[in-house]
Design a protein around this ligand. Sequence first.
Ligand SMILES: [Ca+2]
Ligand SMILES: [Ca+2]
Length: 351
Amino acid sequence: MNNQTRMNTRTLACLTAGIFAAFFSGCANYTPKVGVLLADDYNTPDGMILAPDGNIYLDCPNYNQPEYPGKLLRITQDNNIQEVFTYPAHPKTGKSAPLGIDAGPDGNFYVTDNQSFYDKNNQSRLLRLVMKNGKVARCEVLVTGFVESNAVSARPDGVYVTETQMDPAAWPLPSGVYRFRYDEFAGEPIELKPLGKDPHLIVRLATGNPDWRVGANGMGFDSKGNMYVCNFGEATIMRYTFDASGAIASSEIFASGQGMESCDGIKFDPRNDDMYVADFAGNAVHRIDKNGKVTTIWKNANDSDGIGGLLDRPSEVCLRGNKLYISNIDLPVKGNRYDQLHTISVIDVGR
Ligand SMILES: [Ca+2]
Ligand SMILES: [Ca+2]
């Protein structure tokens, strides 16, 4: 095959894969499809985690229609939905608001209860769902006093939580990451000292974008144990290393901009440490290689309602095999309309 023939073959292959997908990916067809269609009871999908049992667990805080309580759902391997748990209402706001989720090394789920949509006066929390035989045996309150607890990572050495804003009156907006050791959860809930004064705070971020007053958001760890934290409003992902004592040893910008308009939830591909990013502001998802190079694998031309699998303000990603599941949280901000179709989009990211 000569070069011209090779080029024509490649061009033809790209065209048949779809013009938009080809434009953003080079050639592979990364067009999203509807993976799961959700009922109104599950109107605001967000946090997801692939558990060791092969199921994806999905939190629905249901901010968009809060007459429905917050739910934990299971997305089975054949993409059926099973309801696992109805979260209890917060004692002050009367709402449940489960957002981020991780599966801990103890087999339990760790969940942020983000009450900032109802009350910004430090009512958000960290919860634990104690699991017995695939069922929730009880829901424990572990930490109180967050303004806006968001992502959670339950690591072997402790539980890490992003706080998207620590002092809503301050500018640039301060946010950060807290870490708690498992043995601290034995007694009464930990009550955080407000305004970033609590000793569990290990990372501080600042966000100075007046269009997106949103700080520390998605979080993840690569196969070497390095921590990555999304500064949503700056469209910048930070990387942190730890020393032998567990203290932060270094921090640097891992990736910034390069087509990202924001960075919300992230997940790593454990096979190669590729990172996937939900870009809420851009209605896009990106792949970032371990050198910090960003490739946009899908971006909508416009806002959408989710029809046909189009992204509708994506807030979280979750990889199962080569299938990338994308939560469309569909919050009605910055021109987006909350609309009736509630979806998890899926993109086959196999190359
Ligand atoms: Ca929608
Ligand atoms: Ca919409």
